[in-house]
Design a protein around this ligand. Structure first.
Ligand code: KIV
Length: 265
């Protein structure tokens, strides 16, 4: 899948997208997903950070490379981490080019802010496909004072809608819409000509994305907008307890899991 193919799905069959951070997970998700996002959520999901602010270029490159080794068909997008694109369009281009060259991913994602449109246009004009991200923007969590849904007041609704329009007009090939009410997601989806990809953005969006580890039930807290399709946390706990019990009871390893020397001739 390429950026133009994703864009062409506007108003068509919904795009199914998930996050991926490792090669084996990318390999499993690739046949069933249109787009895999190496999200900077990797900092919280895999590295135990409290938010995404501490995520580095090196982390994104390492996980981007791993995902590219597992993906075949789905489009792979790598998040630009906090601090790598806000300073100037030139700095954003240097970092986006590095992410694409060192990972082989087809596109980058930036969180759209009031001044990001110029940067998106600068990147797109230089050959970098860009995905935008409006509404709840996790990299702004310290300014916002927490992970809060957006668009609750009319002024905030207007701001989110304007950011989505500016992001699309600047050339983004699609826009993630996170943590907004259905009516705002509807308005954004109708106002822009590239697909909206919702996460807590309702069924009004042109596609959906979830953090894979949330959807697989690897955490005991699940945000309202997540549907759990598995309960892997409990399953892993059960498997580990069974293993530990077998080791302590000397039931593991058994003959089937043991190497033997050949019988003497
Ligand atoms: O980092 C991430 O995983 C994301 C998704 C939540 C869209 O940005």
């Amino acid at each position: 899948m390429t950026a133009p193919e994703i864009t062409a799905r506007k108003g068509g069959p919904p795009l199914a997208c998930l996050t991926a951070y490792t090669a084996p997970i990318a390999e499993i998700l690739d046949p069933v997903c249109d787009l895999l996002l190496v999200g900077d959520s990797v900092g919280m999901v895999m590295h135990g950070l409290p938010n995404t602010v501490g995520v580095t270029m090196e982390m994104m490159i390492l996980h981007g490379q791993a995902v590219m080794r597992g993906a075949r068909r789905a489009m792979v997008v790598v998040d630009m981490p906090f601090g790598s694109y806000e300073g100037s369009p030139e700095a954003a281009f240097a970092n986006a080019a590095r992410l694409m060259k060192e990972t082989g991913a087809q596109a980058v994602k930036v969180e759209s802010g009031p001044h990001i449109a110029d940067t998106i246009a600068y990147l797109v004009a230089r050959g970098v496909p860009v995905m935008g991200h409006v509404g709840l923007r996790p990299q702004s969590v310290l300014v916002d004072g927490g992970f809060r849904a957006k668009g609750r007041t009319s002024a905030e609704r207007r701001l989110v809608l304007d950011e989505a329009k500016a992001t699309a007009a600047a050339g983004a090939f699609s826009v993630v819409v996170e943590g907004v009410a259905e009516s705002l997601a509807e308005e954004i989806t109708a106002a822009i000509d590239v697909p909206t990809i919702g996460i807590g953005g309702s069924a009004a969006c042109d596609g959906q994305i979830l953090v894979t580890d949330d959807m697989l039930g690897l955490f005991d807290w699940t945000p309202k907008f997540v549907r759990r399709y598995a309960d892997l946390r409990a399953e892993i706990g059960r498997a580990a307890a069974a293993y530990a019990e077998d080791v302590r009871a000397r039931r593991f390893p058994a003959a089937a899991e043991t190497y033997f020397t050949k019988a003497a001739e």
